[in-house]
Design a protein around this ligand. Sequence first.
Ligand SMILES: [Zn+2]
Length: 449
Amino acid sequence: MLIASTWWQAALAAVLIPIMPPDVVERSSRSGADVRALVALGPRVTGTSAAEQAAAYLTAQYREAGYTTEVQTFTYPKFEDLGSSLSAAGERLTGRALSGSLAASPTALLVAVPGVGQPADFEKASVKGAIVVVRRGQIPFLAKARNATAAGAVGLVIVNSEPGELYGTLGGEVAIPVLALSGKRGSPLLVNSEQAPTRAGLVVDTRKRTITGRNVIAHLPGISRPDVLLGAHYDSVPDAPGANDNASGTAVVLELARRLAGTTLADRVWFVAFDGEEDGLQGSRDFVNRAESAWVKGLKGMLNFDMVGINDKLLVGGSSPLVAVAQAADSTVSPFRDNGLSDHRSFTAQGVPALFFYRGQDPNYHKPGDTSVNPKLLEATTEVGLEVVRRLVATSQQDALAQPLVRSKRMLAGGALFSHHQVLLPGQSWNAGCSTPTWSWLQQPCAGA
Ligand SMILES: [Zn+2]
């Protein structure tokens, strides 16, 4: 930073200080305000009223920016641990029920089984009617649980062989309660109960609920076949206000919609605020599954923004051609090896090229401290996103010009006339049923009709 040493330098500095032009300041504060508004609702856990209020906020913002919106609801079962533990020798050890475990609270002899829970391991100990303890590793949790059940055990405790708590899923139904303990808490059991079996009380208190999620979809009226889909999840985990994860990405996609509105690019883009991401990409998967496959395949790219409000370096992952587009759009972005742990995965699974915008690890990730972001980073991310959209649409327009059949159709949508260009691929024909500019369109068979 420059330090002014004379009056004229001070005067010059006073003129130069607003480094960002006023419109940029306004835009970044607009994204910052979106993040604050979402954070103020509290943790936006899918299915809660905070999440519902977030969907209403986003709907209102997209409408204000001139877009048609639709809230797409979906349901899924959610396994919840209400507090599970093992009590033995006057000590209560808290653990985590493995997802899919039976909810039950047996009291029985605690028996340590040598090994990792192979059928042969259970033959080495008398486990009929007992709660058994095994070490994590080598075979799946489900196999351990099924082997324990087959040997007559009434409960299973799996001790983590890696540092920290063990959060896991069985990946199938079992007939006994299954608890995971950290290595620190559980390891003494593997030794002690082998030497002198004691009685123990296992409490696995869980429930399975049907959760309703809400994807907020926005596009201009009459735009039914976008080239590009911009998405970000707005849900968060319990106890975390989710400023960076992921009000940040949600605000960037919303700001991109505002910036694109009024440009011809807005005719080529859909915007989606996904719900249920933290419960396993539920919202994006539902979106893709419901859409007609030709519609999904027509996408030139899905741009996903997740955790883009902390850390200076903007990382891009996903499909190599799109990573190259992002690098050409801004040479300061860095490619990274993306493991597909966000909503773009639902799209790449269907063959849609995807680009993932991310700014790396956050010390407050999934913690109550995830309360604020740097608005300048949101603005910087928006700028790169905008340039990538420009480039993708330009490429797609070149492709469209190469198509032999392009028909123009004027249609009535949302009370106004819009000029709509439908690119017809060989084997397709115009279908009026496909022109309804609402989500329900996607549920109607259109391709080749
Ligand atoms: Zn996230």
